[in-house]
Design a protein around this ligand. Structure first.
Ligand SMILES: Cc1ncc(COP(=O)(O)O)c(C=O)c1O
Length: 379
């Protein structure tokens, strides 16, 4: 599916994914097109692939989708947000009465979607912890499910599960396998190559990485699944705006550079956290001591820039944040700023008040680590 040569590295792929062959006189990088309707001629709308109406076909979102699809190894459809992409993945392909298996410890709003919308519509939702899904699949416990959704590494605990092992089971039982690949990004993990049917991204996070837009996507190598998802998106109107799709495409060019700096900082941050007496429960899948280490380093292509850990309680978190200058309190992750998210602040996830998710930005590693050390010492 991808037109990118196999030998190109991630830096080249980030910049060149989705590029059309050069045409003299056309822009090096496509500019955003803001039209909602397009000129129609005498022929039926969309004849010969002509654009007709932006909700259903649009050159700017198509450029973003071509690029992301090439990185994912499939055909990509963009959505207004990550949740719109997850909603489409489930609702376009799962029906009332079907069994849907979701991670018990994945992104909280996916579970809210299930509890408040999917169950209401008669979808039978079951929750399995990320670390238990591969065993459940091997035991045959997932047999009969219409779809299994994985989120690996999971947000916020950073547990990892074996995509290829679950894919073997879902292929055998006839279930669809969808992977929320948000934390890893298409450069960090390729769920389609590991056997998944669908890979989903909240591109609001590291893929676009500047904390200034909402965007999501789904990629699949199946034309049938692609068509079903496109029908869902066109009918429900979950398409992204042209400016966001353009900004997302533009931001992707630096994905390799940003991930590299974030990972370098995350490695240093994980060590500082692990060595500090005020901190417990450090999780970063690339620490050899981490329970996910063996699987993460085998399955994934590069480390993530997110680390989780715990301070004693909420008061300790407040002291940490008051002392930090670079570690800014904000939700989301994967952006150019180093941020800290207090999950307990949001309710929902059963995490202790001192639990923190550190999202390493692209500031100088030494500055961010010095700021972390000073703020921890103030705790
Ligand atoms: C793993 C994961 N999936 C999906 C989402 C939803 O993305 P969005 O906020 O763009 O709807 C998030 C957002 O935090 C996430 O962390």
């Amino acid at each position: 599916m991808s037109r990118l040569p196999d030998g190109w590295g991630d830096g080249t792929r980030s910049v060149r994914a989705g590029e059309a062959p050069p045409v003299p006189g056309t822009p090096l990088r496509p500019s955003p097109v803001f039209a909602a309707p397009f000129h129609l001629g005498d022929r039926p709308p969309r004849a010969d692939g002509a654009d007709a109406y932006a909700r259903t076909e649009h050159p700017t979102s198509r450029a973003f989708e071509t690029a992301v699809g090439e990185l994912d190894g499939g055909r990509c459809l963009s959505f207004a947000t990550g949740m719109a992409a997850i909603t489409a993945t489930v609702m376009a392909l799962v029906s009332a009465g079907d069994r849907l298996v979701l991670p018990a410890d994945g992104y909280y709003t996916t579970r809210l979607l299930a509890r408040d919308e999917l169950e209401r519509l008669g979808i039978r939702v079951e929750y399995v912890p990320t670390t238990g899904i591969a065993d459940a699949a091997a035991r045959g416990d997932l047999d009969g499910a219409r779809m299994v959704v994985l989120e690996t590494p999971s947000n916020p605990q950073l547990d990892v599960c074996d995509v290829a092992a679950v894919a073997r089971a879902t292929r055998a039982s006839g279930a669809l396998l969808a992977v929320d690949n948000t934390t890893a990004t298409p450069l960090g993990q390729r769920p389609l190559a590991l056997g998944a049917d669908l890979t989903v991204g909240a591109d609001t996070k590291a893929l676009t990485g500047h904390s200034d837009l909402l965007l999501g996507h789904v990629s699949t190598a199946s034309d049938e699944l692609y068509d079903r998802l496109k029908g869902w998106r066109d009918h429900t109107g979950a398409t992204p705006g042209a400016f966001d799709a353009w900004l997302g495409h533009r931001s992707m060019s630096t994905l390799d550079l940003r991930l590299a700096r974030q990972a370098e900082t995350a490695a240093a941050v994980a060590e500082v956290l692990a060595a500090h007496p005020a901190v417990t429960g450090v999780r970063w899948p690339w620490r050899p001591e981490d329970p996910s280490y063996a699987l993460a380093t085998r399955q994934m292509l590069r480390p993530v820039g997110v680390v989780s850990a715990g301070l004693a309680d909420e008061a300790a978190v407040s002291r940490f944040l008051a002392a930090a200058r670079l570690w800014t309190a904000a939700t989301s992750f994967g952006g150019v700023h180093s941020t800290v998210d207090r999950r307990a602040q949001w309710g929902g996830d059963a995490v202790p008040g001192g639990f923190l998710r550190f999202s390493c930005g692209i500031e100088d590693t030494a500055d961010v680590v010095a700021d972390l050390t000073a703020a921890l010492d103030a705790v």
